[in-house]
Ligand binder design. Structure first.
Ligand SMILES: Nc1nc2c(ncn2[C@@H]2O[C@H](COP(=O)(O)OP(=O)(O)O)[C@@H](O)[C@H]2O)c(=O)[nH]1
Ligand SMILES: [Mg+2]
Length: 156
């Protein structure tokens, strides 16, 4: 039996501060929701491995600080990224275009998933981390774009 080698992608997790970026990646890795807020300084990198019907995939999440004064080298962290999730909440949609432009300025036309984190689920890309709604949707959408497999699904 052969073990399928995992496909690895560098995925940016960007957006305004306090929208849930770190909470999201923590949830993916631990299945726990963290109530307390601890700002990110610069960037934290996490490897998230998941199984799909096309074999294992590793998303190397670069969870970038949202607060301006904590951003460090900021878009310098974006170099060689394969994809991005831009997270926003009920109050920060206005910043999405700024992040989109910044990602495209460093990474050309890599796929970007806009992801709203809110208890107010009002579009196809809405998630609600606290209530565990649509948690894996942004991952699947991005993995489909990165691999080109439109019917990719996460499996157990
Ligand atoms: N009620 C609620 N709070 C959330 C949700 N996601 C994150 N938070 C809270 O928002 C705060 C900031 O989250 P964090 O992930 O650190 O934001 P980041 O700056 O985007 O990384 C934390 O106190 C989280 O507990 C959510 O889905 N619902
Ligand atoms: Mg953070």
């Amino acid at each position: 039996m052969t073990t399928q080698e995992a496909k690895r992608y560098k995925v940016l997790l960007v957006g305004d501060s306090s929208v849930g970026k770190t909470t999201y990646v923590n949830y993916l890795l631990t299945n726990n929701f963290t109530e307390e807020y601890s700002p990110t300084f610069g960037v934290d990198v996490y490897s998230y491995v998941f199984k799909t019907n096309y074999g294992p995939i590793i998303f190397e999440f670069w969870d970038c600080a949202g607060k301006y004064e904590n951003r460090g080298i900021d878009s310098g962290y974006y170099i060689c990224a394969n994809g991005a999730i831009i997270m926003y909440n009920d109050f920060s949609e206005k910043y999405c275009s700024e992040f989109e432009e910044k990602v495209h300025s460093v990474c050309d036309d890599i796929p970007i998933i806009l992801c709203k984190n809110s208890s107010n689920i009002d579009n196809d890309n809405s998630i609600d981390i606290k209530n565990k709604v649509n948690i894996y949707k942004p991952i699947v959408l991005l993995a489909r774009k990165l691999t080109g497999y439109d019917d990719l699904e996460i499996i157990n």
